[in-house]
Design a protein around this ligand. Structure first.
Ligand SMILES: [Zn+2]
Length: 339
């Protein structure tokens, strides 16, 4: 086996850039990029999800979470809210944690020309409870948003600790943030946050925010390890051998947030985005109990019908004979408890 699960595959940094070690990775092909570009550009310009307003409201509504419930989370469970795309509020072991916080209406290098979201975030930054920690998976605009970072820093300042994979710590510091912890794959934080450990772990993805910085920062997933509960945040990823290693070293997890959207066309997106079936393979590899999907239903990033990903999850759960009760498909803003 090329990547035994007992190993910890290190990140590879050569000539100033990070390289994915997995044979399942392919560098972003210029030609394939050109072939799909017109439709991507059209999606960017229109941000139109191609379903009726009624269907969107019925099948994919945005609920308002009960703020009182969020102020008194249970201590023996993980409580979570899907705010939108890869943004979750995770409440565990007395900590409130945000993942890849994106609250802006538009994402992109300039706020007025970026892609617009077709579902608004379930909470605004002002509606959030006190936040203790933020984990960021990588620097793409749908995961790292300048205006959200600035506003979160304004509201919480030094009460909030930020975790980010190698290469983007300086960017956060330039935004005025002081408490930044930048980690390589398999590096662990200290346990000063109520004994909870934050571990940066691998994934199969890439970084880029401008024309010259491709692959200059590292993309990662995060294991958040408490005394009783463990949470896995997959970030953005294609399927690769890293997840069996994560399962071996840090599993089992109480809950895993795994991307299920932005997978079509496969010939272009497979290396960087799992489809729903591969997302379930990650869930099995890392040995998670509860599954919550993300990275769908918010921005128009790819060509699959926008309401398709959760349907394929349900079909695959049946096909693999998995326990359906562990597969949560929460509405945006719905509060869920797991243990
Ligand atoms: Zn993404």
């Amino acid at each position: 086996m090329e990547f035994p699960e007992t190993e910890k595959q290190r990140s590879i940094f050569e000539n100033g850039r990070f390289h994915n070690p997995w044979p399942t990775w392919k560098n972003i092909s210029f030609l394939k990029g050109v072939s799909v570009a017109p439709k991507f550009v059209w999606n960017q310009l229109t941000s139109a999800p191609m379903v009726s307003k009624t269907e969107l409201e019925n099948e994919h509504p945005v609920l308002k979470p009960d703020v009182k419930i969020l102020e008194n989370p249970p201590t023996d469970k993980i409580q979570f809210v899907w705010i939108g795309h890869a943004t979750f509020l995770i409440q565990m072991e007395g900590l409130n944690i945000l993942t890849d916080p994106v609250f802006s209406h538009r994402i992109g290098p300039v706020s007025f020309i970026g892609q617009a979201r077709y579902r608004k975030p379930a909470m605004t930054i002002n509606e959030l409870p006190k936040i203790d920690a933020i984990v960021i998976s990588h620097d793409h605009y749908d995961h790292l948003d300048y205006n959200s970072v600035k506003s979160l820093n304004e509201r919480y300042g030094n009460n909030l600790r930020w975790f980010i994979p190698l290469g983007r710590g300086k960017w956060l510091k330039d935004c005025g943030i002081e408490k930044v912890t930048e980690l390589d794959w398999w590096e662990e934080s200290d346990t000063s946050l109520k004994g909870v450990k934050f571990v940066c772990t691998p994934c199969q993805h890439w970084c880029k925010r401008n024309l010259t910085d491709t692959y200059k920062a590292l993309a990662g997933s995060w294991c958040i390890i408490g005394q009783q509960q463990k949470f896995f945040f997959a970030g953005d990823t294609g399927y690769c051998a890293s997840f069996k290693q994560i399962g071996y070293h840090y599993g089992p997890f109480t809950l895993a947030a795994i991307p299920i959207g932005a997978y079509e066309p496969r010939h272009f997106l497979q290396p960087q985005h799992v489809n729903p079936e591969e997302a379930i393979s990650i869930y099995e590899d890392i040995k998670a109990k509860h599954f919550v999907p993300m990275h769908w239903g918010t921005f128009l990033l790819s060509f699959e019908p926008i309401l398709e990903p959760p349907k394929r999850i349900l079909e695959e759960v049946k096909r693999r004979n998995l326990t359906a009760d562990y597969f949560h498909l929460p509405k945006l803003g719905q509060v869920t408890n797991v243990s």
